[in-house]
Design a protein around this ligand. Structure first.
Ligand code: ATP
Ligand code: MG
Length: 564
Protein backbone atom coordinates (compact mmCIF):
# COMPACT_ATOMS: atom_id res chain seq x y z
CA UNK A 1 0.00 0.00 0.00
CA UNK A 2 1.50 3.33 -0.97
CA UNK A 3 1.50 6.09 1.64
CA UNK A 4 -1.28 8.53 1.11
CA UNK A 5 -1.56 12.04 2.49
CA UNK A 6 -3.09 11.53 5.89
CA UNK A 7 -5.36 14.36 6.77
CA UNK A 8 -8.99 15.29 6.47
CA UNK A 9 -11.39 18.00 7.51
CA UNK A 10 -12.38 16.17 10.69
CA UNK A 11 -8.82 15.97 11.91
CA UNK A 12 -8.35 19.65 11.08
CA UNK A 13 -11.32 20.43 13.33
CA UNK A 14 -9.97 18.23 16.11
CA UNK A 15 -6.56 19.89 15.84
CA UNK A 16 -8.26 23.25 16.36
CA UNK A 17 -10.26 22.00 19.35
CA UNK A 18 -7.14 20.62 20.97
CA UNK A 19 -5.21 23.82 20.28
CA UNK A 20 -8.01 25.81 21.92
CA UNK A 21 -7.87 23.53 24.94
CA UNK A 22 -11.47 22.34 24.65
CA UNK A 23 -10.60 18.73 25.34
CA UNK A 24 -7.79 16.84 27.02
CA UNK A 25 -8.22 13.48 25.36
CA UNK A 26 -9.86 12.64 22.04
CA UNK A 27 -12.66 10.16 22.61
CA UNK A 28 -14.88 8.82 19.81
CA UNK A 29 -17.52 6.13 19.58
CA UNK A 30 -18.94 3.81 16.94
CA UNK A 31 -22.72 3.58 17.47
CA UNK A 32 -24.27 0.73 15.46
CA UNK A 33 -27.89 -0.15 15.87
CA UNK A 34 -28.08 -3.92 16.47
CA UNK A 35 -30.85 -4.45 13.94
CA UNK A 36 -28.77 -6.13 11.25
CA UNK A 37 -25.21 -6.92 10.25
CA UNK A 38 -22.63 -4.30 9.36
CA UNK A 39 -22.22 -3.39 5.73
CA UNK A 40 -19.36 -1.73 3.92
CA UNK A 41 -20.97 1.67 4.51
CA UNK A 42 -20.57 1.15 8.24
CA UNK A 43 -16.92 0.44 7.59
CA UNK A 44 -16.42 3.99 6.57
CA UNK A 45 -17.87 5.17 9.89
CA UNK A 46 -15.87 2.53 11.73
CA UNK A 47 -12.58 3.45 10.14
CA UNK A 48 -13.34 7.10 10.83
CA UNK A 49 -14.24 6.54 14.49
CA UNK A 50 -11.56 4.02 15.39
CA UNK A 51 -8.97 5.57 13.08
CA UNK A 52 -9.45 9.01 14.60
CA UNK A 53 -9.02 7.65 18.11
CA UNK A 54 -5.87 5.83 16.99
CA UNK A 55 -4.47 8.92 15.33
CA UNK A 56 -4.83 11.02 18.51
CA UNK A 57 -3.83 8.24 20.84
CA UNK A 58 -7.33 8.52 22.21
CA UNK A 59 -10.19 6.20 23.01
CA UNK A 60 -13.03 4.74 21.00
CA UNK A 61 -16.13 3.22 22.53
CA UNK A 62 -18.40 0.68 20.95
CA UNK A 63 -21.92 1.76 21.80
CA UNK A 64 -24.90 -0.19 20.66
CA UNK A 65 -27.70 2.20 19.90
CA UNK A 66 -30.45 -0.09 21.12
CA UNK A 67 -33.39 2.27 21.38
CA UNK A 68 -35.73 0.45 18.96
CA UNK A 69 -36.46 -2.75 20.87
CA UNK A 70 -38.79 -4.21 18.26
CA UNK A 71 -36.06 -4.61 15.65
CA UNK A 72 -33.00 -5.39 17.72
CA UNK A 73 -31.42 -8.62 18.71
CA UNK A 74 -28.40 -10.08 20.51
CA UNK A 75 -27.51 -12.08 17.39
CA UNK A 76 -26.64 -8.77 15.73
CA UNK A 77 -24.69 -7.52 18.74
CA UNK A 78 -22.42 -10.57 18.51
CA UNK A 79 -22.18 -10.34 14.73
CA UNK A 80 -21.20 -6.69 14.84
CA UNK A 81 -18.45 -7.33 17.39
CA UNK A 82 -17.08 -10.16 15.29
CA UNK A 83 -17.01 -7.92 12.21
CA UNK A 84 -15.21 -5.08 14.00
CA UNK A 85 -12.56 -7.44 15.36
CA UNK A 86 -12.12 -8.98 11.95
CA UNK A 87 -11.39 -5.54 10.51
CA UNK A 88 -8.66 -5.23 13.13
CA UNK A 89 -10.18 -2.67 15.50
CA UNK A 90 -10.57 -2.77 19.23
CA UNK A 91 -12.96 -0.70 21.35
CA UNK A 92 -10.32 0.45 23.82
CA UNK A 93 -12.83 2.81 25.45
CA UNK A 94 -15.21 -0.02 26.33
CA UNK A 95 -18.45 -1.62 25.23
CA UNK A 96 -21.70 0.13 26.08
CA UNK A 97 -25.37 0.17 25.25
CA UNK A 98 -27.68 3.15 25.01
CA UNK A 99 -29.92 1.09 27.27
CA UNK A 100 -27.24 1.28 30.01
CA UNK A 101 -28.37 4.86 30.45
CA UNK A 102 -32.13 4.47 30.44
CA UNK A 103 -32.41 5.35 34.11
CA UNK A 104 -30.12 8.36 33.84
CA UNK A 105 -31.84 9.54 30.68
CA UNK A 106 -35.18 9.21 32.40
CA UNK A 107 -34.00 11.36 35.28
CA UNK A 108 -32.69 14.01 32.93
CA UNK A 109 -36.09 13.97 31.19
CA UNK A 110 -37.85 14.59 34.51
CA UNK A 111 -35.47 17.45 35.11
CA UNK A 112 -36.27 18.89 31.65
CA UNK A 113 -39.97 18.74 32.54
CA UNK A 114 -39.44 20.53 35.83
CA UNK A 115 -37.48 23.24 34.06
CA UNK A 116 -40.19 23.76 31.44
CA UNK A 117 -38.08 22.22 28.70
CA UNK A 118 -40.35 19.27 27.99
CA UNK A 119 -44.04 18.39 28.18
CA UNK A 120 -46.32 15.42 27.78
CA UNK A 121 -48.43 15.67 24.65
CA UNK A 122 -51.69 13.84 24.10
CA UNK A 123 -52.17 14.58 20.43
CA UNK A 124 -52.50 11.47 18.27
CA UNK A 125 -49.58 10.57 15.99
CA UNK A 126 -51.57 11.89 12.99
CA UNK A 127 -52.29 15.17 14.75
CA UNK A 128 -48.65 15.54 15.73
CA UNK A 129 -47.70 15.15 12.10
CA UNK A 130 -50.30 17.65 11.03
CA UNK A 131 -49.33 20.22 13.68
CA UNK A 132 -45.71 19.92 12.68
CA UNK A 133 -46.19 22.04 9.57
CA UNK A 134 -44.08 21.65 6.45
CA UNK A 135 -40.78 22.90 5.12
CA UNK A 136 -42.57 26.03 3.91
CA UNK A 137 -45.23 26.43 6.60
CA UNK A 138 -44.53 26.77 10.33
CA UNK A 139 -46.03 24.27 12.72
CA UNK A 140 -48.52 25.16 15.43
CA UNK A 141 -48.43 24.57 19.15
CA UNK A 142 -50.10 21.58 20.68
CA UNK A 143 -52.92 22.48 23.08
CA UNK A 144 -50.98 20.50 25.72
CA UNK A 145 -47.77 22.48 25.24
CA UNK A 146 -48.34 24.91 28.06
CA UNK A 147 -49.85 22.57 30.61
CA UNK A 148 -48.30 22.96 34.11
CA UNK A 149 -45.05 21.08 34.49
CA UNK A 150 -46.49 19.23 37.49
CA UNK A 151 -49.14 17.74 35.25
CA UNK A 152 -46.54 16.69 32.64
CA UNK A 153 -44.39 15.16 35.33
CA UNK A 154 -47.29 13.16 36.71
CA UNK A 155 -48.29 11.96 33.24
CA UNK A 156 -44.69 11.09 32.35
CA UNK A 157 -44.38 8.97 35.47
CA UNK A 158 -47.63 7.25 34.62
CA UNK A 159 -46.38 6.65 31.06
CA UNK A 160 -43.38 4.94 32.60
CA UNK A 161 -45.61 2.91 34.89
CA UNK A 162 -47.49 1.50 31.95
CA UNK A 163 -50.80 3.23 32.59
CA UNK A 164 -51.29 4.42 29.01
CA UNK A 165 -51.59 2.83 25.62
CA UNK A 166 -48.99 3.07 22.91
CA UNK A 167 -49.45 6.21 20.86
CA UNK A 168 -51.63 7.96 23.43
CA UNK A 169 -48.91 10.07 25.05
CA UNK A 170 -45.41 11.24 24.17
CA UNK A 171 -42.85 13.40 25.89
CA UNK A 172 -41.76 16.28 23.69
CA UNK A 173 -39.00 18.83 23.98
CA UNK A 174 -40.37 22.35 24.15
CA UNK A 175 -38.31 24.23 21.60
CA UNK A 176 -39.95 26.11 18.72
CA UNK A 177 -42.82 25.01 16.50
CA UNK A 178 -41.96 27.73 14.01
CA UNK A 179 -38.30 26.83 13.65
CA UNK A 180 -37.17 26.61 10.02
CA UNK A 181 -35.45 23.40 11.11
CA UNK A 182 -38.17 20.75 11.37
CA UNK A 183 -36.09 18.81 13.88
CA UNK A 184 -36.49 21.67 16.34
CA UNK A 185 -40.29 21.70 16.23
CA UNK A 186 -40.83 20.15 19.63
CA UNK A 187 -39.23 16.80 18.78
CA UNK A 188 -40.43 13.68 20.54
CA UNK A 189 -38.11 12.54 23.33
CA UNK A 190 -40.00 9.48 24.60
CA UNK A 191 -42.71 7.21 23.26
CA UNK A 192 -44.64 4.32 24.82
CA UNK A 193 -43.71 0.88 23.50
CA UNK A 194 -44.75 -2.33 25.16
CA UNK A 195 -41.84 -4.21 23.68
CA UNK A 196 -39.46 -6.69 25.17
CA UNK A 197 -35.93 -5.29 25.01
CA UNK A 198 -32.98 -7.59 24.31
CA UNK A 199 -31.18 -6.25 27.39
CA UNK A 200 -33.61 -4.52 29.71
CA UNK A 201 -36.36 -7.07 29.23
CA UNK A 202 -39.78 -5.72 30.23
CA UNK A 203 -38.46 -3.17 32.68
CA UNK A 204 -39.31 -0.21 30.45
CA UNK A 205 -42.38 0.60 28.42
CA UNK A 206 -41.15 4.04 27.40
CA UNK A 207 -38.15 4.32 25.16
CA UNK A 208 -36.07 7.42 24.33
CA UNK A 209 -35.79 8.61 20.73
CA UNK A 210 -32.43 8.56 18.97
CA UNK A 211 -32.15 12.37 18.94
CA UNK A 212 -32.45 12.48 22.72
CA UNK A 213 -30.56 9.31 23.57
CA UNK A 214 -27.58 9.78 21.29
CA UNK A 215 -26.27 13.12 22.56
CA UNK A 216 -26.81 12.00 26.14
CA UNK A 217 -25.01 8.71 25.55
CA UNK A 218 -22.12 10.67 24.06
CA UNK A 219 -22.06 13.17 26.90
CA UNK A 220 -22.30 10.56 29.65
CA UNK A 221 -19.44 8.54 28.19
CA UNK A 222 -17.21 11.58 27.78
CA UNK A 223 -17.17 11.42 24.00
CA UNK A 224 -15.47 14.49 22.56
CA UNK A 225 -16.08 14.06 18.85
CA UNK A 226 -19.25 12.35 17.72
CA UNK A 227 -18.63 11.58 14.06
CA UNK A 228 -21.61 10.61 11.94
CA UNK A 229 -22.94 10.65 8.45
CA UNK A 230 -24.34 13.68 6.72
CA UNK A 231 -28.03 12.99 7.19
CA UNK A 232 -27.60 14.04 10.82
CA UNK A 233 -26.39 17.51 9.92
CA UNK A 234 -29.90 18.99 10.38
CA UNK A 235 -30.13 17.24 13.73
CA UNK A 236 -27.04 18.96 15.09
CA UNK A 237 -28.90 21.94 16.60
CA UNK A 238 -31.05 19.46 18.51
CA UNK A 239 -27.98 17.48 19.53
CA UNK A 240 -26.47 20.66 20.94
CA UNK A 241 -29.75 21.66 22.60
CA UNK A 242 -29.85 18.37 24.50
CA UNK A 243 -26.17 18.43 25.50
CA UNK A 244 -26.42 22.02 26.66
CA UNK A 245 -29.65 21.68 28.61
CA UNK A 246 -28.40 18.55 30.29
CA UNK A 247 -25.52 20.67 31.58
CA UNK A 248 -22.66 19.08 29.67
CA UNK A 249 -21.49 22.25 27.89
CA UNK A 250 -20.04 23.63 31.09
CA UNK A 251 -16.36 22.81 31.35
CA UNK A 252 -16.29 19.66 33.44
CA UNK A 253 -14.30 16.53 34.11
CA UNK A 254 -15.75 13.55 32.24
CA UNK A 255 -16.14 10.19 33.91
CA UNK A 256 -12.50 9.32 33.18
CA UNK A 257 -11.34 12.61 34.67
CA UNK A 258 -10.50 14.47 31.46
CA UNK A 259 -11.54 18.10 31.01
CA UNK A 260 -14.31 18.47 28.45
CA UNK A 261 -16.99 20.86 27.24
CA UNK A 262 -19.24 18.05 26.08
CA UNK A 263 -19.39 16.20 22.79
CA UNK A 264 -19.27 17.84 19.41
CA UNK A 265 -20.99 16.31 16.38
CA UNK A 266 -19.17 16.43 13.04
CA UNK A 267 -20.72 14.97 9.89
CA UNK A 268 -19.08 13.31 6.91
CA UNK A 269 -20.43 11.98 3.62
CA UNK A 270 -22.00 8.54 3.53
CA UNK A 271 -20.39 5.92 1.42
CA UNK A 272 -22.42 5.02 -1.65
CA UNK A 273 -21.28 2.40 -4.10
CA UNK A 274 -22.56 1.81 -7.61
CA UNK A 275 -24.57 -1.34 -8.30
CA UNK A 276 -25.32 -2.04 -4.66
CA UNK A 277 -27.61 -0.81 -1.87
CA UNK A 278 -26.21 0.18 1.51
CA UNK A 279 -29.02 0.26 3.97
CA UNK A 280 -30.00 -2.47 6.36
CA UNK A 281 -33.63 -1.91 5.50
CA UNK A 282 -33.05 -2.70 1.83
CA UNK A 283 -30.69 -5.55 2.63
CA UNK A 284 -33.34 -7.07 4.85
CA UNK A 285 -35.86 -6.73 2.02
CA UNK A 286 -33.53 -8.66 -0.29
CA UNK A 287 -33.43 -11.46 2.26
CA UNK A 288 -37.15 -11.45 2.97
CA UNK A 289 -38.03 -11.57 -0.71
CA UNK A 290 -35.57 -14.44 -1.23
CA UNK A 291 -33.41 -12.53 -3.66
CA UNK A 292 -30.40 -13.63 -1.62
CA UNK A 293 -30.03 -16.43 0.89
CA UNK A 294 -29.17 -14.38 3.97
CA UNK A 295 -26.96 -11.71 5.51
CA UNK A 296 -23.89 -13.69 4.49
CA UNK A 297 -24.87 -14.39 0.90
CA UNK A 298 -21.56 -13.63 -0.84
CA UNK A 299 -23.26 -11.09 -3.09
CA UNK A 300 -24.34 -8.94 -0.14
CA UNK A 301 -22.36 -5.82 0.82
CA UNK A 302 -22.21 -6.92 4.46
CA UNK A 303 -18.86 -7.62 6.09
CA UNK A 304 -20.09 -11.08 6.98
CA UNK A 305 -20.79 -11.78 3.31
CA UNK A 306 -17.58 -10.22 2.07
CA UNK A 307 -15.57 -12.29 4.52
CA UNK A 308 -17.32 -15.44 3.35
CA UNK A 309 -16.72 -14.52 -0.25
CA UNK A 310 -13.01 -14.10 0.39
CA UNK A 311 -12.54 -10.34 0.60
CA UNK A 312 -9.79 -9.55 3.07
CA UNK A 313 -9.92 -7.05 5.91
CA UNK A 314 -6.77 -5.41 4.52
CA UNK A 315 -8.44 -4.91 1.14
CA UNK A 316 -11.54 -3.37 2.68
CA UNK A 317 -9.51 -0.98 4.81
CA UNK A 318 -7.47 -0.05 1.77
CA UNK A 319 -10.70 0.66 -0.10
CA UNK A 320 -12.07 2.90 2.66
CA UNK A 321 -8.74 4.66 2.80
CA UNK A 322 -8.77 5.35 -0.93
CA UNK A 323 -12.32 6.65 -0.83
CA UNK A 324 -11.25 9.13 1.84
CA UNK A 325 -13.35 11.43 3.97
CA UNK A 326 -15.35 14.15 2.36
CA UNK A 327 -18.09 16.53 3.34
CA UNK A 328 -20.13 16.01 0.15
CA UNK A 329 -21.95 12.86 -0.84
CA UNK A 330 -20.66 10.94 -3.81
CA UNK A 331 -20.84 7.50 -5.33
CA UNK A 332 -17.84 5.22 -5.56
CA UNK A 333 -17.36 2.74 -8.39
CA UNK A 334 -17.93 -0.83 -7.23
CA UNK A 335 -14.92 -1.78 -9.35
CA UNK A 336 -12.63 0.14 -7.00
CA UNK A 337 -13.53 -2.30 -4.25
CA UNK A 338 -12.74 -5.27 -6.48
CA UNK A 339 -9.52 -3.57 -7.50
CA UNK A 340 -8.44 -3.34 -3.86
CA UNK A 341 -9.30 -6.99 -3.26
CA UNK A 342 -7.42 -8.11 -6.35
CA UNK A 343 -4.46 -6.03 -5.35
CA UNK A 344 -4.27 -7.70 -1.97
CA UNK A 345 -4.91 -11.26 -3.15
CA UNK A 346 -2.52 -11.01 -6.09
CA UNK A 347 0.37 -10.92 -3.69
CA UNK A 348 -0.90 -13.43 -1.18
CA UNK A 349 -3.02 -16.12 -2.86
CA UNK A 350 -1.30 -19.34 -4.00
CA UNK A 351 -1.93 -20.40 -7.58
CA UNK A 352 -3.91 -23.47 -8.55
CA UNK A 353 -5.45 -24.84 -11.73
CA UNK A 354 -9.17 -25.41 -12.17
CA UNK A 355 -11.45 -25.56 -15.18
CA UNK A 356 -14.84 -23.98 -14.75
CA UNK A 357 -16.50 -24.88 -18.08
CA UNK A 358 -14.78 -28.15 -18.98
CA UNK A 359 -13.97 -29.27 -22.52
CA UNK A 360 -12.47 -32.75 -22.89
CA UNK A 361 -9.18 -33.25 -24.70
CA UNK A 362 -7.90 -36.64 -25.77
CA UNK A 363 -4.21 -36.91 -26.63
CA UNK A 364 -3.94 -39.30 -29.57
CA UNK A 365 -0.23 -40.04 -29.19
CA UNK A 366 -0.18 -40.50 -25.42
CA UNK A 367 -0.39 -43.93 -23.91
CA UNK A 368 -3.52 -44.96 -22.06
CA UNK A 369 -2.72 -45.16 -18.32
CA UNK A 370 0.58 -43.28 -18.56
CA UNK A 371 1.00 -40.20 -16.38
CA UNK A 372 3.68 -37.56 -16.13
CA UNK A 373 4.30 -35.49 -13.06
CA UNK A 374 4.41 -31.81 -13.83
CA UNK A 375 6.00 -29.48 -11.29
CA UNK A 376 4.50 -26.01 -10.96
CA UNK A 377 5.35 -23.15 -8.61
CA UNK A 378 2.67 -22.10 -6.13
CA UNK A 379 3.29 -18.40 -6.71
CA UNK A 380 5.37 -16.83 -9.48
CA UNK A 381 6.80 -14.12 -7.18
CA UNK A 382 7.13 -16.15 -3.98
CA UNK A 383 9.55 -19.07 -4.30
CA UNK A 384 9.04 -19.63 -0.57
CA UNK A 385 5.45 -20.70 -1.32
CA UNK A 386 7.01 -23.85 -2.80
CA UNK A 387 5.95 -26.06 -5.69
CA UNK A 388 3.50 -28.86 -6.27
CA UNK A 389 3.27 -31.84 -8.59
CA UNK A 390 0.36 -32.23 -10.96
CA UNK A 391 -0.45 -35.40 -12.93
CA UNK A 392 -0.68 -35.13 -16.70
CA UNK A 393 -2.31 -37.90 -18.77
CA UNK A 394 -4.12 -38.84 -21.95
CA UNK A 395 -7.42 -37.16 -20.99
CA UNK A 396 -7.50 -33.55 -19.92
CA UNK A 397 -9.95 -30.76 -19.43
CA UNK A 398 -9.43 -27.29 -20.74
CA UNK A 399 -11.80 -24.32 -20.60
CA UNK A 400 -14.51 -24.23 -23.27
CA UNK A 401 -13.74 -20.57 -23.90
CA UNK A 402 -10.17 -21.51 -24.77
CA UNK A 403 -11.22 -23.24 -27.97
CA UNK A 404 -12.94 -21.74 -31.00
CA UNK A 405 -13.74 -23.51 -34.22
CA UNK A 406 -13.89 -20.33 -36.26
CA UNK A 407 -11.86 -17.87 -34.24
CA UNK A 408 -11.29 -14.25 -35.14
CA UNK A 409 -7.74 -13.07 -35.90
CA UNK A 410 -5.69 -12.58 -32.76
CA UNK A 411 -7.32 -15.49 -30.96
CA UNK A 412 -4.21 -17.03 -29.43
CA UNK A 413 -5.88 -19.96 -27.77
CA UNK A 414 -6.74 -23.29 -29.33
CA UNK A 415 -8.28 -23.62 -32.82
CA UNK A 416 -8.46 -26.47 -35.37
CA UNK A 417 -4.87 -27.21 -36.51
CA UNK A 418 -3.62 -24.64 -34.01
CA UNK A 419 -1.11 -25.12 -31.21
CA UNK A 420 -1.00 -24.02 -27.59
CA UNK A 421 1.10 -24.83 -24.58
CA UNK A 422 -0.56 -26.44 -21.60
CA UNK A 423 0.76 -24.58 -18.57
CA UNK A 424 3.91 -26.20 -17.20
CA UNK A 425 3.59 -29.13 -19.61
CA UNK A 426 3.56 -29.73 -23.35
CA UNK A 427 2.58 -28.10 -26.61
CA UNK A 428 -0.50 -29.71 -28.13
CA UNK A 429 -2.08 -29.40 -31.55
CA UNK A 430 -5.80 -29.75 -32.26
CA UNK A 431 -6.28 -32.38 -34.97
CA UNK A 432 -9.96 -33.16 -34.80
CA UNK A 433 -13.19 -31.81 -33.34
CA UNK A 434 -15.58 -34.58 -32.30
CA UNK A 435 -19.22 -33.55 -32.11
CA UNK A 436 -22.33 -34.82 -30.40
CA UNK A 437 -25.50 -35.53 -32.34
CA UNK A 438 -26.80 -32.06 -31.44
CA UNK A 439 -23.76 -30.36 -32.95
CA UNK A 440 -22.12 -29.47 -29.65
CA UNK A 441 -18.49 -30.41 -29.13
CA UNK A 442 -17.91 -33.69 -27.33
CA UNK A 443 -14.15 -33.56 -27.29
CA UNK A 444 -11.03 -32.48 -29.13
CA UNK A 445 -8.47 -34.97 -30.36
CA UNK A 446 -5.03 -33.44 -30.05
CA UNK A 447 -1.47 -34.59 -30.57
CA UNK A 448 1.35 -33.78 -28.15
CA UNK A 449 4.76 -32.55 -29.15
CA UNK A 450 6.56 -34.92 -26.82
CA UNK A 451 9.80 -32.98 -27.09
CA UNK A 452 8.25 -29.71 -25.87
CA UNK A 453 7.88 -30.37 -22.19
CA UNK A 454 8.43 -27.23 -20.06
CA UNK A 455 11.83 -27.29 -18.44
CA UNK A 456 13.25 -29.62 -21.08
CA UNK A 457 15.44 -28.61 -24.05
CA UNK A 458 12.49 -28.61 -26.41
CA UNK A 459 10.69 -26.15 -24.20
CA UNK A 460 12.29 -23.30 -26.08
CA UNK A 461 9.81 -23.70 -28.93
CA UNK A 462 7.39 -20.85 -28.55
CA UNK A 463 3.68 -20.80 -29.23
CA UNK A 464 1.42 -17.85 -28.56
CA UNK A 465 -1.10 -19.24 -26.09
CA UNK A 466 -0.75 -20.99 -22.74
CA UNK A 467 -3.81 -22.66 -21.27
CA UNK A 468 -4.64 -24.02 -17.85
CA UNK A 469 -5.80 -27.62 -17.64
CA UNK A 470 -6.52 -30.53 -15.32
CA UNK A 471 -6.07 -34.26 -15.82
CA UNK A 472 -9.49 -35.88 -16.17
CA UNK A 473 -8.59 -38.99 -14.22
CA UNK A 474 -7.33 -36.98 -11.25
CA UNK A 475 -9.62 -33.98 -11.42
CA UNK A 476 -11.78 -33.27 -8.40
CA UNK A 477 -15.24 -31.97 -9.09
CA UNK A 478 -15.90 -28.53 -7.67
CA UNK A 479 -18.83 -26.19 -7.67
CA UNK A 480 -17.81 -22.70 -8.68
CA UNK A 481 -20.07 -19.78 -7.80
CA UNK A 482 -19.53 -16.83 -10.05
CA UNK A 483 -20.90 -13.51 -8.91
CA UNK A 484 -21.79 -10.25 -10.52
CA UNK A 485 -23.04 -7.17 -8.70
CA UNK A 486 -26.57 -7.57 -7.32
CA UNK A 487 -27.85 -4.63 -9.32
CA UNK A 488 -27.53 -3.40 -12.84
CA UNK A 489 -26.09 -0.02 -13.62
CA UNK A 490 -28.53 2.76 -12.90
CA UNK A 491 -29.71 4.69 -15.91
CA UNK A 492 -31.09 8.22 -16.20
CA UNK A 493 -34.76 7.29 -16.38
CA UNK A 494 -34.73 4.67 -13.65
CA UNK A 495 -37.09 5.15 -10.77
CA UNK A 496 -34.60 5.66 -7.97
CA UNK A 497 -36.90 4.22 -5.36
CA UNK A 498 -37.67 1.02 -7.21
CA UNK A 499 -34.26 -0.52 -6.68
CA UNK A 500 -35.66 -4.05 -6.94
CA UNK A 501 -36.38 -3.41 -10.61
CA UNK A 502 -32.65 -3.13 -11.19
CA UNK A 503 -31.82 -6.55 -9.75
CA UNK A 504 -29.25 -8.28 -11.93
CA UNK A 505 -30.60 -11.71 -12.91
CA UNK A 506 -27.02 -12.92 -13.48
CA UNK A 507 -25.72 -12.05 -10.04
CA UNK A 508 -25.11 -15.73 -9.32
CA UNK A 509 -24.03 -18.39 -11.78
CA UNK A 510 -23.23 -21.88 -10.60
CA UNK A 511 -20.71 -23.94 -12.58
CA UNK A 512 -19.71 -27.56 -12.24
CA UNK A 513 -15.99 -27.58 -12.80
CA UNK A 514 -12.85 -29.56 -12.02
CA UNK A 515 -9.76 -28.70 -10.06
CA UNK A 516 -6.34 -30.28 -9.75
CA UNK A 517 -6.03 -32.86 -6.97
CA UNK A 518 -4.15 -30.58 -4.55
CA UNK A 519 -7.42 -28.74 -3.96
CA UNK A 520 -8.49 -31.50 -1.59
CA UNK A 521 -6.34 -30.03 1.19
CA UNK A 522 -7.98 -26.60 1.03
CA UNK A 523 -9.79 -25.42 4.16
CA UNK A 524 -12.92 -23.33 4.24
CA UNK A 525 -11.78 -19.72 3.88
CA UNK A 526 -8.62 -20.55 1.90
CA UNK A 527 -8.22 -18.43 -1.21
CA UNK A 528 -6.40 -19.32 -4.43
CA UNK A 529 -5.84 -17.80 -7.76
CA UNK A 530 -7.26 -20.29 -10.23
CA UNK A 531 -4.92 -19.55 -13.10
CA UNK A 532 -6.50 -17.36 -15.75
CA UNK A 533 -9.94 -17.62 -14.10
CA UNK A 534 -9.91 -15.52 -10.97
CA UNK A 535 -9.55 -15.63 -7.22
CA UNK A 536 -11.59 -18.30 -5.49
CA UNK A 537 -12.30 -18.90 -1.83
CA UNK A 538 -13.51 -22.18 -0.40
CA UNK A 539 -17.03 -21.81 0.92
CA UNK A 540 -18.65 -23.21 4.04
CA UNK A 541 -21.23 -25.01 1.86
CA UNK A 542 -18.48 -27.43 0.76
CA UNK A 543 -19.00 -31.13 1.36
CA UNK A 544 -16.43 -33.91 1.41
CA UNK A 545 -17.54 -34.96 -2.08
CA UNK A 546 -17.71 -31.55 -3.56
CA UNK A 547 -15.91 -28.43 -2.43
CA UNK A 548 -17.67 -25.18 -3.26
CA UNK A 549 -15.64 -22.17 -4.35
CA UNK A 550 -16.77 -18.58 -4.43
CA UNK A 551 -15.19 -16.42 -7.05
CA UNK A 552 -13.89 -13.55 -4.96
CA UNK A 553 -13.07 -11.34 -7.93
CA UNK A 554 -12.23 -11.95 -11.57
CA UNK A 555 -8.60 -11.65 -12.58
CA UNK A 556 -8.88 -8.51 -14.61
CA UNK A 557 -11.25 -5.72 -15.04
CA UNK A 558 -11.51 -2.45 -16.79
CA UNK A 559 -10.97 -0.40 -13.67
CA UNK A 560 -8.11 2.04 -13.78
CA UNK A 561 -7.17 4.11 -10.79
CA UNK A 562 -7.63 7.76 -11.61
CA UNK A 563 -4.31 9.59 -11.83
CA UNK A 564 -3.54 11.33 -8.56
P1 ATP B 1 -28.70 1.66 7.72
O1 ATP B 1 -29.48 2.63 6.91
O2 ATP B 1 -27.90 0.71 6.92
O3 ATP B 1 -29.51 1.00 8.80
P2 ATP B 1 -27.76 3.28 9.79
O4 ATP B 1 -27.09 4.61 9.66
O5 ATP B 1 -29.14 3.27 10.29
O6 ATP B 1 -27.61 2.56 8.42
P3 ATP B 1 -26.50 2.41 12.17
O7 ATP B 1 -26.22 1.05 12.65
O8 ATP B 1 -27.51 3.23 12.87
O9 ATP B 1 -26.91 2.29 10.64
O10 ATP B 1 -25.18 3.25 11.97
C1 ATP B 1 -23.96 3.11 12.64
C2 ATP B 1 -23.04 4.17 12.11
O11 ATP B 1 -22.69 3.88 10.76
C3 ATP B 1 -23.67 5.53 12.11
O12 ATP B 1 -22.74 6.45 12.63
C4 ATP B 1 -23.94 5.83 10.67
O13 ATP B 1 -23.84 7.19 10.39
C5 ATP B 1 -22.85 5.03 9.97
N1 ATP B 1 -23.21 4.63 8.61
C6 ATP B 1 -24.22 3.85 8.20
N2 ATP B 1 -24.24 3.73 6.86
C7 ATP B 1 -23.20 4.45 6.39
C8 ATP B 1 -22.67 4.73 5.09
N3 ATP B 1 -23.23 4.23 3.98
N4 ATP B 1 -21.57 5.51 5.00
C9 ATP B 1 -21.00 6.01 6.10
N5 ATP B 1 -21.44 5.80 7.34
C10 ATP B 1 -22.53 5.03 7.50
MG1 MG C 1 -30.15 3.44 12.03
Amino acid sequence: MEEREKSNFIWDEIDKDLAEGKYEKVHTRFPPEPNGYLHIGHCKALVTDFGTAEKYDGLCNLRFDDTNPEKEDTEYVDGIKEDIRWLGFDWNGGEYYASDYYQQMYEIAEDFIKRGLAYVDELSPEEIREYRGTLTAPGKNSPWRDRPWEESLDLFRRMKNGEFEEGSHVLRAKIDMASPNMNMRDPIMYRILFEHHHRTGDKWCIYPMYDYAHPLGDAIEGITHSLCSLEFEDHRPLYDWVVENAGFREPHRDKLGYMSIGPRQIEFARLNITRTVLSKRYLRQLIEENKVIGWDDPRMPTLKAMRRRGFTAAAIRDFIDRVGLAKADSEVDYALLEYCVRNDLGASAPRMMAVINPLLIELSNWEEGKFDEITIENHPDHPEFGERKIPFGKYLYIEQEDFMENPPRKFFRLRPDGEVRLKGAYIIKCDEVVKNADGSIEKLICSVDLSSRSGSEGASRKVKGTLHWVSKEHALPIEARIFEPLFNEESEDDDKKDFMARLNPNSLQVKEGFAEPAIKDAQVGDTFQFLRVGYFCKDKDSTAEKPVFNRVVPLKDSFKLPKA
